[in-house]
Design a protein around this ligand. Sequence first.
Ligand code: TYM
Length: 347
Amino acid sequence: MTDSTIFSRGFAGEKLACVFSGIQPSGGLHLGNYLGAVRHWVSLQDCSERRFYCLVDCHAITVSQSSLRDQTLSMAAALLACGIDAESSVLFVQSSNPHHTELGWILSCVARMGWLQRMTQFKEKAGKDREQASVGLYVYPVLMAADILLYGTTHVPVGDDQKQHLELTRDIAQRFNHGCGKEIFSVPTPFIVASGARVMSLRDGSVKMSKSGSSAMGRLDLTDGLDEIALKVRKAKTDSTVLPSEEAGLEGRLEAKNLVGIYAALREVEVSEALRDVGGMSFSKFKDVLVDVLGEVMVPKGEEMRRLRADEGYLMEVLKKGGEHARALSEGRMERVRRAMEFLEVD
Ligand code: TYM
């Protein structure tokens, strides 16, 4: 991707105009979500003009969900606990702004079958039984493009796994603009910070940590207390060699590389710098150090999340205001799209 903004550590530049990102309320918030995306959503609050953070429930239903309402409220509480400020950022539920699905349909007539057929995440999620996957799962990246393009987004903070979907979003925006001869959509740039961009399962360093895919023992959830964190980290897969002092020594050691990467991202330092602290340690010693850092960063957020989750009235108020705000702010662009499509205005 030519315009990709991949930072090695964090952002230090001019203010970004409009930031949009989303998370599926299809389970709890895990360490991969936090390190790959949500911590950047929080830090970008200080260096962007406008921000939209969306609980993408319409994406979540592309696979069956058992308690979507509860999960949506829990994810809202998790985001607030991590530091999303609902006063200065728009925090909202996707289904509360119908412009997302309206634009999603229009863009599905712009996107080409060949473009969607290349999407690797569909292949991974649908697995072998592709015939049984929902049509929604297949067209999901088009809805994601609609989410982003509705608000004039310039930057999208995400983990590495969303890069291909953002390339598609850029292609759709360009094709639409070209087709109607107007710059209706901004062409967004992915905002990916290399450190923490792909957190792997604690049980298998070749598989991404995910809400559904990896086992609960392979995943660190925001709701985990210190005892659970310690148990999962102590049982994490490792190899039999001590940690190296140089980054090159992590090559081919997937699990070691993942654990050191997590440590570095939590401490907000480069892997080479992290290895200056922990190089030469045995895994049992390093795991104690890692548990301490995880405890410091994650446990207070988990406690705050539980406190907020208990206050459903407050969460509903935040999400209602966010939904109204999002809808009002996307109406102008949606009207321009309808006009560009030459839909007959009947009222
Ligand atoms: P989702 O819900 O799977 O994940 C939310 C965010 O967390 C990041 N992430 C990870 N980062 C590092 N390591 C991991 N193991 C890891 N797992 C998840 C994801 O990259 C993502 O940034 N399609 C999106 C949701 C979405 C969206 C959007 C995102 C819908 N519309 C518009 C941005 C803009 C998804 O399924 O994320």
